[in-house]
Design a protein around this ligand. Sequence first.
Ligand code: ADP
Length: 464
Amino acid sequence: MRLNLPIRLRLTLLYCLVLGLSFVAFFYICDLGFRRSIETTVNEASRSNLEIVRRLLGNAAPGGEQHVQKELKELSELWANGALLEVSDTKGAWLFQSPQFRDAVPPLAPATAERMLFATTNLQALQYRVAAETVEAGGERHEVRVAVPTEPFDQALDSFRLIEKEALPVLVLLAALLGYWLSGKSLQPVNRIMQTAEQIGAQNLSLRLEVPPANDELRRLTETLNAMLGRIEDSFRKVTQFTADASHDLRTPVTVIRSAAEIALRRPRQAEEYREALRRILETSEQTTGLLENLLELARSDAGVVELEMRPVDLNQHVRQAQEQGAALAAGKSLSITLQAPESPTWVRADEVAIHRLLLILIDNAVKYTPAGGNCEIALWRNERQAHIAVKDNGIGIAEEDLGAIFERFRRADRARSRKTSGAGLGLAIARWITETHGGTIRAESVLGSGSVFHVSFPISQES
Ligand code: ADP
């Protein structure tokens, strides 16, 4: 089961759990240490008591049993901490036995002279630590047992446990409060990010999130979000620009069509004049259709809905077809279009329609921007990994400062010069999109007044 708790609460719970478990472990270890130390202290007390008894038995004169019994009694009375004593001979006859021992049978295996045995037992509702030893004295073996009460130590242990029990919930509560405060503090920058993010909209996309000073994950998150906002702002600006340019470029031909029709209808005219007006209207409508198709193509590519049918395509074949169509375009302009291509096929993985479109855009431009009498050369060659196409003309060329922007939408190098030619500045943007979706590259070289070369490269396909 997943709990959808807020991060702050989750952090607090985790903090509590970790600290709670640490406290329990700490108390357990203390308890264990305490008990060990009690056992050692009590065992030491028993050991020294047994040592005294051993010496007393060792010093006894033979046959002085009564004297020994008296001394044992005095000794046991001397033990201020309430320790008990019993001494018997091997036949089980008592030399001495403290009264409390009388009804109790300490659960001990017979001790030996080398081995002292210890056990904990209850004698008359009190807990005792019993130590047993066999002592040899005056040719006799004696079983000696000494019991030391553990009561004072047990009381100390009980008080310690009571403190543990009372302290644990308080400590866990403190941990919870501390955890809540700490997580709140560490989430503060997130709240600030949220507040700023809520203010960002289409109207103020230039707003950025405040970058926290500490070099941590939040700083990286903020920087990443700011970079993302930058990209969104850039795209938004491009879309706005695109819409403005598109509306402008569509308004011009519509105005041309409308005024041509209005002028023609203003008064009765000769049939030739009507024909001329209709011819202008038709020409402008065709240009508008081309522009609309290009706009649609770019909008579809932006939306990612263009489905390219990628399969092995022979570039030779397409370059030849494009040259023939280019020659038809250049027919009325006395422009030569030549082709240099290898005999063997050049296979690339591509969408046929898109490749054809790309080639036509480049050849159409070469024809458009090269004055009559000029020439256009198309070349295709390949190396092991790439196929290269170059479309070269000796036309008007492009100024260096415009060269970097001609692949952007609605960018026309030097509008004054381009005005004479039809076009909205979308062809090269489409050419770049086609090349890039095929994993290729496109670039232009040009010298103003001398001509231009457009280079396109595609990865070679191993299939054919
Ligand atoms: P357009 O519809 O204006 O031709 P493009 O995107 O195809 O749009 O080209 C963008 C601009 O690049 C053109 O307006 C023109 O200024 C310049 N350009 C493109 N090809 C050539 C070329 N072969 N010679 C000179 N200028 C060119």
